[in-house]
Design a protein around this ligand. Structure first.
Ligand code: NOJ
Length: 530
């Protein structure tokens, strides 16, 4: 099978504030990313997705955009971006930007105009409504970041809608002029040569035209955040979204070079797959967050992989994500030993994997003292552990001061354990997590069965997950022990014959396997069969 780069390739997410600070102000920047391209090339990734770099008041660290076609000075200049793009392309690394279409910053000139008067041309570029009869908000919709999703603008006496912060007013995508202006922004970056977009909260773009109240959520399990005390069935995932996405896709397809669209979508998989479009004319990769959301438990994970594989239509290419800038890191969720097993799973499942920066080192969530807290989510909804700063701490480059991330005080504190977990030490350690990731990525790239082959699950029990990947010429068996106790895996239907090509412990290369396979606790192996 011939695959496109975004199918066979591996994506690496860079959170630019935290990757590498080149200009010594404590915040990462574009020149910092450019300086680390050799590292990314050696790691073996095919593309980087960079979280937003556009001009922004930084109320939500770049997810509040005040100009869709520029670069924020904290990150550098447009020329710096051009240089980064050229440098990345020169090393065979594609660049994916983070497009934030659901909302702009309240300081975007469009919103400033929109709020200036009820009769302004841009009034309906955003979602304005009269107060309810009691003077309160127009409906019960909540902000993901706490409180009502409506803020009253006293000057004009109406409320505006914001799914996130009140500094992030939602754009009105039902208005053709908004669509045109926002599509122009896509064209701007595509013309410059970017390889695609990760599209922020794409399932939020269309809201119920009548703005009906969201019903209460009967499942208290989901209500860790007050937002989920209601089910957001009218404020997101509306049927009209699919026509809009198809138009974005047509725009991207009008360019050469297989530009990719990736949608950030937190929905159950039966809904998620509708974002591919009925015949594949939707998003190339609707992000599949099951490995982030589910408990790290063998039977749950195995069942989730199989359910997703079974549900995907033929034209739909799968994808897997273990972590991102919004969710706890895998090494904290599953523990250091299991983070290695998880990496083997991520890289050997069928579909495009996305690696979150630092996860290749085993970086953990870093507790942030309240006085250093930055994230508006954590500040708005205190005491529930929802703040995202712990997963956004500086990349650990070396055991120098501030982990070699900056010469200044970093914008968030560096992990205490950075002297153990950092690029420099792990590069020279043949048993490190970084060495494991490099080996996994090299193997995946070199073996078509692993980047393009078919998947089928293999029966396993207890803490063990097993599956095969195969193409015409080779067959790989992947066996993962998601528990701490040793396990023996018998391949039931066929004689198990082969050689281990990789263990998560990095010490069993070439070992012959006959009939039964013994695994240590927290060990995963890839066996080449035949
Ligand atoms: C999802 C992004 O990943 C998150 O970081 C951001 O706060 C919200 N969307 C709002 O843009």
């Amino acid at each position: 099978m011939t695959t496109k780069w975004w199918q066979s390739g591996v994506i690496y997410q860079v959170y630019p504030r935290s990757f590498y600070d080149n200009d010594g102000d404590g915040v990462g920047d574009l020149n910092g990313i450019a300086a680390k391209l050799p590292y990314l090339e050696a790691l073996g990734v095919d593309a980087i997705w960079i979280s937003p770099i556009f001009p922004s008041p930084m109320a939500d660290f770049g997810y509040d955009v005040s100009n869709y076609t520029g670069v924020d000075p904290i990150f550098g200049t447009l020329d710096d971006f051009r240089a980064l793009l050229a440098g990345a392309h020169g090393r065979g690394i594609r660049v994916i930007l983070d497009y934030v279409p659901n909302h702009s910053s309240s300081e975007h000139p469009w919103f400033i105009e929109s709020r200036s008067s009820r009769v302004n041309d841009k009034r309906d570029w955003y979602i304005w409504r009269d107060p309810a009869p009691d003077g309160g908000p127009p409906n019960n919709w909540r902000s993901v970041f706490g409180g009502s999703a409506w803020t009253l603008d006293p000057a004009t006496g109406q409320y505006y809608y914001h799914a996130f912060l009140n500094e992030q007013p939602d754009l009105n995508w039902r208005k053709p002029a908004v669509r045109e202006a926002m599509f122009d922004a896509l064209r701007f970056w595509l013309d410059l040569g970017v390889d695609g977009f990760r599209i922020d909260v794409i399932w939020h773009l269309m809201k119920d035209q009548e703005l009906r109240n969201n019903p209460p959520n009967q499942e208290p399990r989901r209500a860790k955040s007050p937002y989920y005390e209601l089910l957001p069935i009218y404020s997101c995932d509306q049927p009209e979204i699919h026509e809009l996405i198809a138009a974005m896709r047509a725009l991207a397809d009008g360019y050469d070079g297989d530009r990719v669209l990736i949608g950030e979508i937190y929905l159950p998989i039966d809904k998620l797959i509708t974002y591919y479009g009925p015949e594949g004319e939707g998003i190339h990769l609707p992000y599949n967050f099951q490995l982030i959301r589910l408990p790290w438990e063998a039977r749950t994970i195995a069942a989730a992989v199989d359910a997703y594989e079974a549900l995907l239509p033929d034209f739909a290419w799968p994808n897997w994500v273990l972590g991102n800038h919004d969710k706890p890191r895998i090494a904290s969720r599953a523990g250091a030993a299991q983070a290695r097993v998880a990496a083997m799973l991520l890289i050997t499942l069928r579909g495009t994997p996305t690696i979150y920066y630092g996860d290749e080192l085993g970086m953990r969530d870093v507790p942030i003292p309240p006085e250093l807290e930055q994230d508006p989510f954590g500040k708005n909804v205190p005491g529930r552990g929802l703040g995202r700063d712990p997963v956004r701490t500086p990349m650990q480059w070396s055991n120098a001061a501030h982990a070699g991330f900056t010469t200044a005080t970093p914008w968030l504190p560096v992990a205490d354990d950075y002297r153990t977990f950092n690029v420099e030490s792990e590069e020279s350690d043949p048993a490190s997590m970084l060495t494991l990731l490099r080996r996994l990525l090299a193997l995946r790239r070199e073996q078509p069965a692993l980047h393009a082959g078919a998947y089928s699950s293999v029966a396993a029990s207890g803490d063990v997950v097993a599956y095969v990947r195969k193409d015409e010429s080779s067959l790989f068996l992947i066996v993962l022990n998601l528990g701490p106790a040793p396990a023996v895996f018998d391949l039931p239907s066929r004689e198990l014959h082969g050689r281990i090509v990789l263990s998560t412990f990095l010490d069993r290369d070439g070992e012959a396997v006959n009939d039964a396979l013994s695994l240590r606790g927290d060990e995963g192996v890839i066996v080449r069969l035949g």
